[in-house]
Structure formats: structure tokens, C-alpha cells
Design a protein around this ligand. Structure first.
Ligand code: SF4
Ligand code: SF4
Ligand code: FES
Length: 250
């Protein structure tokens, strides 16, 4: 039976180090299987989050050989096992223990985004009518599993630590799912520009590259949102109309 070595980050907020664990591997295994095997036989106190083992709960996010990925969706056959496979926690978030990070900033942030606000029903039976094309457009954003790999890789958060000024790609996707919803009448553009810092995104597309749901975060969510914000605040005609209406803000 083949063996492979996993170089796993062990530690907590005070500090830590990589430790090597060698375990048997069989065809079809994913990184999470190996972590579970190591946890069961060699490191009972290894902290790791997981839930579905099917790429749907978004719990098992980690950095594998330096790349943000889901452990349950990364097959060992995709990796070179000639040298140790490094497995470390997402580096953009505070470490709790080993592979588990504190993601509470994300959940607090989500609560600050204006919720869905539907227009009044427009059919006699009290329901709404929508174009299928408009429904299809936001459907992509609903695939998000909140793995936060896109937040982890975004340089505005990871390198510049602008957690108080930028909501990150996951929540720009969330804002897009609401802003572009055919029934929604809320206006989130002012917040997107100011408190939520959409201008910090320089559309490098690193977030799109790591999304396990293959959501085209930059092209389909962030760029259309940026266009809406620019239209509202910088479009000369829109600005003139606001002036005529007595609204000189922005
Ligand atoms: S495209 Fe924008 S949100 Fe995505 S990683 Fe780059 S800066 Fe961050
Ligand atoms: S947008 Fe993609 S990468 Fe970001 S949290 Fe959702 S599923 Fe994960
Ligand atoms: S365990 Fe649910 S996404 Fe990996």
C-alpha cells in the first residue's frame, strides 16, 4: 500500500509549526480522508472543520500546497505525493486551532448588508411575474457555499487587512444577488461605494480562480455592481438629474 506524508499546521493564535505525518493512501482518497486518518491514528487532538464531504457545506476550506481549496474536493491524485503535501488553515482569518479559523467576521458582515426588499405583488393572485432571463442571472450567485476561499485569497483582505473597509468578494456576490434580483427594490449602491469599499477591488480575478462553485465572481457580480455604482455617482446625466431633484450628495 502506498504512503504519503502530510505537512500539517499545528498551533493556535499564540503560534505553531508544521508537523509531518505519514499515512497510507489508497486510490480515490481526498485530502480530507487523509486528515481524518491522521486524526484517528496519530493526532487525536487535530482540529479540523468539515461536515458534508461533498463540496456543499463550505466547512473544510484550507490551503493545500499553498492554494486555497476544499479538502474534501481535492483528490490525492491531483497532487504530487513525492514530497510532503502541506495543509494549513486559511491565512486571512484569525486562527483558532490547527486547521480551524475564526470566520465570525464574515457572518457579522453579512448581517450589515441590506436584506431583500421585494416590490409589491403585481398579479391578481398576489404573486409576482418575472422574466426568466432575470431569474437566471442571479441563480449563479445562489450557488455560493460560503467556503470563504475567495475572501481568503483576496489581496485587499489578505495582504492589506482592510477588514473594516472592504466586504470582500463573497459579500459582493451576495450584494449582487440582491441588487440584481428582479423583485428587489432596495438600493445598496451608496453603501457599496462607501462602507463596503467596492472601489478597493481592482478586478484581478484571484477570487474567481479559487471558487469551487465556479461562480464568475468578478465578471458577473463585481463588474456589474461597479458599473451600477459608477452610473449612480459619476454619470453626468444622472448627476444633473440629481441636482435638478435637489440631491447634491455623492
Ligand atoms: S477581483 Fe477584487 S474581490 Fe476578487 S480577489 Fe481581486 S481584488 Fe479581491
Ligand atoms: S463565492 Fe465561491 S469562493 Fe466565495 S464563498 Fe462563495 S463558493 Fe466560496
Ligand atoms: S466537508 Fe463540506 S465542503 Fe468539504
Amino acid at each position: 500500500m502506498a504512503k504519503a506524508t502530510f505537512r500539517i499546521w499545528r498551533g493556535d493564535a499564540k503560534g505553531g509549526r508544521f508537523e509531518d505525518y505519514t499515512t497510507e493512501v489508497v486510490p480515490g482518497m481526498v485530502v480530507l480522508d487523509a486528515i481524518h486518518e491522521i486524526q484517528a491514528t496519530q493526532a487525536n487532538d487535530l482540529a479540523v472543520r468539515w461536515n458534508c464531504k461533498a463540496g456543499k457545506c463550505g466547512s473544510c476550506s484550507a490551503e493545500i500546497n499553498g492554494l486555497p481549496r476544499l479538502m474534501c474536493m481535492t483528490r490525492l491524485s491531483q497532487l504530487s505525493l513525492d514530497k510532503p503535501v502541506t495543509v494549513e488553515p486559511m491565512r486571512s482569518f484569525p486562527l483558532i486551532k490547527d486547521l480551524a479559523t475564526d470566520l465570525s467576521w464574515n457572518f457579522r458582515l453579512k448581517g450589515s448588508i441590506k436584506p431583500f426588499k421585494p416590490r409589491p405583488p403585481d398579479a391578481p393572485d398576489g404573486t409576482w411575474r418575472m422574466d426568466q432571463a432575470d431569474v437566471d442571472r442571479v441563480q449563479e450567485f445562489r450557488k455560493c457555499i460560503e467556503c470563504f476561499l475567495c475572501q481568503d485569497v483576496c489581496h485587499v483582505l489578505r495582504d492589506h487587512q482592510l477588514f473594516d473597509e472592504f466586504i470582500g468578494p463573497r459579500f459582493l456576490v451576495h450584494a449582487a444577488s440582491l441588487e440584481m434580483h428582479p423583485l428587489d427594490i432596495e438600493d445598496r449602491r451608496e453603501e457599496l461605494r462607501k462602507a463596503q469599499g467596492i472601489g478597493y477591488c481592482n478586478i484581478t480575478k484571484c477570487c474567481t480562480k479559487v471558487c469551487p462553485e465556479e461562480i464568475k465572481i468578478t465578471d458577473n457580480a463585481i463588474i456589474p455592481l461597479k458599473e451600477r455604482v459608477v452610473d449612480q455617482f459619476y454619470d453626468p446625466l444622472a448627476r444633473l438629474l440629481r441636482v435638478f431633484r435637489g440631491n447634491r450628495s455623492g
